[in-house]
Ligand binder design. Structure first.
Ligand code: ADP
Ligand code: ADP
Length: 227
């Protein structure tokens, strides 16, 4: 079964605006997948529905075969999410933000501490663990959200514009890290981006979304032969 399957997904916002017009999408297990499109295309809305942050108007979404309408509580354990906006309490300590997440997913402290140490070290944040999150640079905050999303070892990692506003050097190191997670841990990764270069450099498969519709769904290799 696919890691993610979307059928006939429609979203009409409260103001009557139709952000998604019946989207179909499959992402296979182990894939590194890009949802590419200009600002306003419907990328965040799509991910919002998958993460159950946005209520869909119609359609069906399954995560590893679990229908999110029937059992989101179960699907949630397979899912790690890195939103675009910083959504942690800036006044908390870095280590507390990470450990709170572990608690939320039912990990014991004994499991959580080594995992936190590994992730924070890999992401260059271990030295910052006892400082408050508001002292971190923008790039560090983004990496903190990645560490937090990976704590409970999700099989599917979803990142909304992970490198937006990040300088080129950090962008490359984040790319390297995401490749490693996909390759070494077999984590399926889906990211949204409006940079073709990012999709090209990282991803195997790609869907292009524009004005709430998928206009192309192909491998990156195939797409590049046409450009
Ligand atoms: P829903 O229909 O899913 O309940 P709403 O229309 O109630 O969504 O809007 C949810 C939130 O998004 C509100 O706080 C609203 O101000 C904000 N919002 C409204 N229009 C936009 C827009 N074009 N882009 C981003 N956010 C918006
Ligand atoms: P993207 O992530 O591709 O930039 P979004 O999914 O954020 O696109 O937005 C898709 C469209 O839906 C945009 O036109 C946006 O203005 C609109 N939109 C997003 N959120 C809301 C909201 N809460 N209420 C009304 N319109 C919204």
């Amino acid at each position: 079964e696919p890691a993610l399957s979307i059928r006939g997904l429609t979203k009409v916002y409260g103001n009557g605006f139709q952000a998604l017009k019946g989207i179909d999408l499959d992402v296979q297990q182990g894939d590194f997948f890009a949802l590419l499109g200009p600002n306003g295309a419907g990328k965040s809305t799509t991910l919002g529905v998958v993460c159950s942050l946005v209520q869909k108007s119609a359609g069906k979404v399954t995560i590893f075969g679990i229908d999110i309408d029937k059992d989101f509580a179960k699907a949630k354990y397979q899912l790690g999410v890195v939103p675009q906006e910083f959504n942690f309490n800036q006044f908390e300590k870095v280590i507390d933000i990470i450990l709170a997440q572990a608690g939320y997913y039912g990990m014991t402290r004994k499991e959580a501490l080594p995992r936190a140490k590994q992730l924070l070290s890999d992401l260059g944040l271990w030295d910052k663990r006892n400082g408050s999150a508001r002292m971190l640079s923008g790039g560090m905050k983004r990496r903190l959200m990645i560490a937090r999303a990976l704590m409970h070892r999700p099989k599917l990692l979803i990142l909304d514009e992970p490198t937006a506003g990040v300088d080129i050097e950090l962008r490359r190191s984040m790319w390297e890290y995401m490749r490693r997670i996909n390759r070494d841990e077999g984590t399926t990764i889906i990211l949204t981006t409006h940079y073709l270069e990012e999709a090209e450099s990282l991803c195997r498969n790609i869907a292009i979304i524009n004005q709430g519709e998928i206009v192309r769904n192909t491998s990156v290799r195939e797409l590049l032969t046409e450009l």
